[in-house]
Design a protein around this ligand. Structure first.
Ligand code: CMP
Length: 140
């Protein structure tokens, strides 16, 4: 298996409820290593850029509002098959459909406030990591 990196966000609904440590323990328990991490308060413009792929979707405005409403924790995770491994431990986008033991099943409130984001492919992981981290901030 290939060592990969993926980009993660612990979203405002999670930081508000003080779930950073709980979610990080689930990430590490899934065999992923947190090789970069910082807490930031996204501006609207940063949230719009980050979610530009969804700009024509009906939920885009609410998504940008929610992501810029309170601090988030942005992370780079590293491990075997990290992109799929993280998506597996995150669980389905809709927490009602998430499997038991996943982050979204345990922590998410609803589809919008679903506690975590993870990249969906190597190309998006590279773009998302580069939006938030410079090379020397990532220590594997
Ligand atoms: P995320 O993985 O961050 O990517 C896009 C986000 O949009 C998603 O998680 C959800 O938080 C949010 N969202 C809100 N409504 C929907 C929807 N109907 N389908 C997909 N994503 C949605």
């Amino acid at each position: 298996m290939a060592i990969e990196r993926t980009f993660s966000i612990l979203k405002p609904d999670a930081t508000r409820r003080n779930l950073t440590g709980k979610i990080n323990a689930m990430i590490e328990g899934a065999g992923l290593r947190i090789v970069a991490q910082k807490r930031v308060h996204m501006t609207r413009a940063q949230a719009e850029t980050f979610y530009a792929v969804h700009k024509d979707r009906p939920f885009y405005g609410e998504l940008v509002d929610q992501m810029s409403a309170a601090p988030v924790v942005v992370q780079v995770l590293e491990g075997d098959n990290a992109i799929k491994r993280y998506r597996d431990v995150m669980g389905a986008t809709n927490p009602e459909k998430a499997e038991p033991g996943t982050i979204r099943k345990e922590c998410a409130l609803n589809m919008g406030e679903n506690s975590v984001h993870g990249s969906d492919a190597p190309e998006t992981a590279a773009i998302e990591i580069a939006q938030w981290f410079s090379g020397n901030e990532i220590v594997g």
